[in-house]
Structures are given as structure tokens and as C-alpha cells.
Ligand binder design. Structure first.
Ligand code: F0G
Length: 502
């Protein structure tokens, strides 16, 4: 494995920050300008603050120093008139964030819990009457006060979210779930939940960020959107771009994208650019071409995508009746999801939506483990590797959201673990055979939980939520028996009887 140490942004100052040669977008409609006036972007490296959108300039994805940006906004909480909560300044991931505190926000938390619970009480069926109901039915826009103040007419939603939270622990599994209990037994946990983000419209958690990213694209008047992807972001982008009537362009590492994901991007009509290189090459190129050609970039480098993915965290807390779990465990590649869920938990804690901050465990494939390597050195330096793993979704050697995610791990007293390909495939079989199923990268969650329980980092009686990020059908080849030949029998009852007797 080729391993390189690089600086914390991975860029020279000024490189990749976008600039004066960029195409500018058309003047913003007044409702968009008004909505975005409460939004700022904070550099996670140097704390520089920029407006959410800068007049006459194309969208900004990086600080002038090269650092990644994080959304900060004043939350407007409906029906809550106390001045401190009405324009509550949400702390970003920026270095200026002080110690966490939620003692001054109990009434904001109660108002928000009530609001979100009322919206969730609407039947989650496709509504045709009003847009408002549609927003309430989305497991992202239900939390819109904490996500993005988008005028409703721009919102591009399937709707997404509302994914299952399966009790699979040895104790909390309940009757009729003997199969699911196998997952808890494998992990060695009594109180264990699986959050299946593969149940999103395009089959992965990416839809939560993409509904917000595409909505931003529409608000900004973009005609084309693009991303680099290991497959799921591209499938999601292709779907949402098609819905919004935009040109979708996806940059894929040639030969390294699972069949189901490639099929989705093709079917939804995105333009596919296969790069003779890895995801990290595709990422570098898409950022450059988007800046050059005024195409709206929809990787998690785009801070608004991260805002949408926060909804996974809010939805988990709501499904647990606003009782925070002890641990949240998830697979980690480009680190957008670690950043997003960590941010959601921090904001939920600061707003007193919950009174405990879950610890976060990010799990990497051992062959694609730059974040794990940094963690092992106490984050003394950022690492980069040449990635190699069967879990192609997380085959990433130089994660864009390193600094955001590092902050999440430090702030939540979290951990980073690595698991081998064999451990990932072993865990995938357990999840598949339980009748839930997932794609290989998602199984890193269960492999990681099992390892952390065995090491005593996670205690057997702690409450753990593990995120499965992608649907089983995304990759129908890896870790699934392909031999069905012997199951073919003659079309006679005798042949069927003898087949069942085998
Ligand atoms: N699991 C799956 C199924 C993924 O597709 C990804 C990322 C991850 C986990 C890791 O999430 O990058 O936020 O740390 N897939 C991206 C893509 C890179 O292009 O689809 P992360």
C-alpha cells in the first residue's frame, strides 16, 4: 500500500478554492436571496467566514486557504418567541466552536420535538394535495428549520428518509424476529438497532444530502450538476437531477463501481465520465471542472449536502423518542456522513432536543484506512493511502471531509476502527441471512461493532445504533453466492420432491 502524509487540506493555499475565472450564476430571485441571508459558510481550517452565497460569484466550495466549509445559520424556531431561541446561532464545525452546552435551550428543544412529532404523525404516503405535506413526509425536510431555509417552491424531494430502525439486539429484538436477533448475537450486544439507509428512494443514504444539494442547485439557477462517486452519490445525483430537469454528470473510477449503481446512473440518464484512475483522482478533477465551467458540484465537499445528511441523525433520535443512544456506528470513506451525523447530534444536544451526546465510531476498510491511521496517532497528522478493498463504496484514500470528521470524533469522545475485507464479508452474510441485507461497505458497521465490543470499547449493555448505508441490490456480486445451477430441476413433482429431500 502506498501511504503519503499530506497537509490538512490536501491543497496548496488558494488551490481549488474557485475564483474570478469562474462563471457566475444569474442574479438570485428575491425569495432565494432572503432565505440564504441567514446562512454563512465557515472554514473548518482557518475559521474565515463567508456569506452563504456571494453576489456575482459562482458557488464557493472551499475557503481561500483551501479548507473545507461548514454551514452556519440562525435557526428560526416557529412558535418560539423567546429572543435567544428565535435567532439561535448554530455553532458550526469551525474552530471557534466553544464547549458544548445545552442548558440554556430546554424550551427550544421542547418546541422542536413537538413540531417534528406533529409532522411525523402525518401518514407517510405520497401526498398529492399540498407541497407542505410533502415536505412533512420527507425524513429530511421534516427537520427543515435545522437543515436549510429553502422556499418550498424550490424543494426537490422524492420524498426521502423514513427508513427502518430495526431492533436487532439480543434483548430488544422482540417476538417474530428470531432472524434479526442473529445480528445482535454476532455483535454481542443486548440493545442494538440497525438504521437501514438503503431504504431511501435510490437505495442509499446519499438521497438525504442530494435532496438538499439539488434544491440548492435549483435555488441558484444551475443548469448542470456533477459529482465524483464510488457509485451511490452518482445514482442519487442522477435521480434527483432527472427529477429537477437538470443535466447530471457523474465522474466514476473506471471498473470500480458496482453494477447496480452504474445501472441506476445510466437509467436515470446522467452523463457518465469514467476516469482511468481512482475515486480520489475523479474527485480532484470534478472539483476543477465544476469551478471552471460553472457546473454545480454535488459532492459532500458542497457543505449543503452535509446539512441534508444530518437528517439521518435527527431521524434516529426521533425514532428513539428523543433518547440518544450511547453509540452511533457507521462506515467511513470520504467522511461526509461521519461529519453530518456528528453535527446533527451536536446541534440536537445544544438545542436540548436530547440530553446526551452519542459517541461516534467510524469504521474503515483496512485497505482504505487513512482516517484510522490518523486516529491511531492522536490525529497528529492527516494521512492518505492508495485504497484497495472489496467494499468499493468506501475505496477512498484521501477523504475530503477529514477535518470535519476529526472534530466529530474528538468532540463525541468517539473512535475510529478498521476491519479487514474478510471481516466485512463475514458480517455481510450475517446481515443478509437475517433478511435485512446490505451492500458490502455497509457491513463494515457490523464488523466494526463486533470488534469494538470484543475489545471492550463498546460495552455489551450499551445502546448502539449501527447505520447500514446502502441497499443489498446495489452490488449483486460481492459476497453473495453466485452458483444457482444446481437448483434447476425438471418440471415434474418427482424432481421437486427429490430436490427438497436433498
Ligand atoms: N457506505 C456507502 C454505501 C457509501 O456509498 C459511502 C460513500 C459510504 C458508506 C461512506 O460515506 O463517504 O460519507 O464517509 N459513498 C460515496 C459515493 C463516496 O460516491 O457514493 P462517506
Amino acid at each position: 500500500m502506498r501511504v503519503m502524509a499530506i497537509n490538512s487540506t490536501g491543497l496548496q493555499p488558494g488551490q481549488g478554492a474557485g475564483g474570478e475565472h469562474n462563471c457566475s450564476l444569474a442574479p438570485l430571485p428575491s425569495d432565494v436571496a432572503e432565505a440564504l441571508s441567514s446562512v454563512s459558510l465557515r472554514c473548518v481550517e482557518c475559521s474565515a467566514l463567508y456569506p452563504g452565497i456571494e453576489a456575482g460569484r459562482s458557488p464557493r466550495y472551499r475557503c481561500d486557504c483551501g479548507g473545507v466549509l461548514d454551514v452556519e445559520m440562525a435557526f428560526r424556531i416557529p412558535g418560539h418567541s423567546s429572543p435567544e431561541a428565535q435567532d439561535l446561532e448554530a455553532s458550526g464545525d469551525g474552530p471557534t466552536t466553544g464547549g458544548l452546552s445545552h442548558d440554556n435551550m430546554p424550551s427550544a428543544g421542547a418546541s422542536l420535538r413537538q413540531l417534528f412529532d406533529e409532522r411525523a404523525a402525518n401518514p407517510p404516503i405520497w401526498p398529492i394535495s399540498t407541497d407542505k405535506l410533502l415536505l412533512d413526509c420527507s425524513g429530511v425536510w421534516r427537520y427543515r428549520e435545522l437543515i436549510l431555509p429553502a422556499p418550498e417552491r424550490y424543494v426537490v424531494t422524492r420524498p426521502e428518509g423514513n427508513t427502518g430502525l430495526y431492533p436487532v439486539g439480543v434483548e430488544n429484538c422482540g417476538g417474530g424476529r428470531a432472524g434479526h436477533r442473529q445480528i445482535g448475537a454476532f455483535a454481542g450486544l443486548e440493545l442494538f438497532f440497525i438504521k437501514h439507509e438503503g431504504e431511501n428512494p435510490s437505495g442509499s443514504f446519499k438521497d438525504r444530502g442530494m435532496t438538499v444539494g439539488t434544491t440548492m442547485a435549483l435555488m441558484l439557477g444551475a443548469k448542470a450538476v456533477a459529482c465524483a462517486s464510488t457509485g451511490n452519490t452518482s445514482a442519487s445525483l442522477a435521480s434527483y437531477a432527472a427529477q429537477a430537469g437538470m443535466r447530471g454528470i457523474v465522474f466514476l473510477p473506471a471498473g470500480n463501481v458496482a453494477g447496480g449503481k452504474l445501472a441506476q446512473s445510466l437509467a436515470y440518464g446522467a452523463q457518465i465520465v469514467q476516469i482511468e484512475g481512482d475515486f480520489d483522482d475523479a474527485m480532484r478533477l470534478v472539483e476543477q471542472v465544476c469551478n471552471e465551467q460553472g457546473i454545480y458540484l454535488l459532492n459532500s465537499l458542497n457543505p449543503f449536502r452535509v446539512e441534508g445528511q444530518k437528517a439521518i441523525g435527527f431521524e434516529i433520535l426521533q425514532q428513539l423518542d428523543w433518547q440518544a443512544p450511547d453509540w452511533l456506528v457507521l462506515p467511513a470513506g470520504n467522511l461526509g456522513n461521519t461529519s453530518a451525523i456528528g453535527k446533527a447530534f451536536r446541534q440536537a444536544y445544544e438545542l436540548s432536543l436530547v440530553d446526551q451526546l452519542p459517541r461516534i465510531a467510524s469504521i474503515q476498510a483496512a485497505g482504505a484506512n487513512p482516517f484510522y491511521r490518523s486516529f491511531k496517532q492522536g490525529f497528529a497528522q492527516r494521512e492518505s493511502v492508495y485504497a484497495e478493498t472489496v467494499a468499493t463504496a468506501i475505496k477512498i484514500g484521501d477523504p475530503v471531509s477529514y477535518t470535519r470528521a476529526r472534530r466529530v470524533i474528538e468532540e463525541s469522545d468517539g473512535v475510529v476502527e478498521e476491519v479487514s475485507d474478510a471481516e466485512i464479508l463475514e458480517a455481510k452474510v450475517v446481515i443478509d441471512r437475517a433478511g435485512i441485507g446490505c451492500e458490502p461497505a455497509s457491513a463494515a458497521t457490523l464488523a466494526g461493532v463486533r470488534k469494538l465490543v470484543a475489545r471492550g470499547v463498546i460495552k455489551r449493555d450499551e445502546c448502539v445504533v449501527g447505520v447500514l448505508t446502502g441497499n443489498l441490490l446495489k452490488d449483486s456480486k460481492t459476497g453473495i453466492p453466485q452458483e444457482v445451477g444446481e437448483s434447476v430441476v425438471a418440471a415434474t413433482i418427482e424432481a421437486v420432491r427429490s430436490a427438497l429431500a436433498r
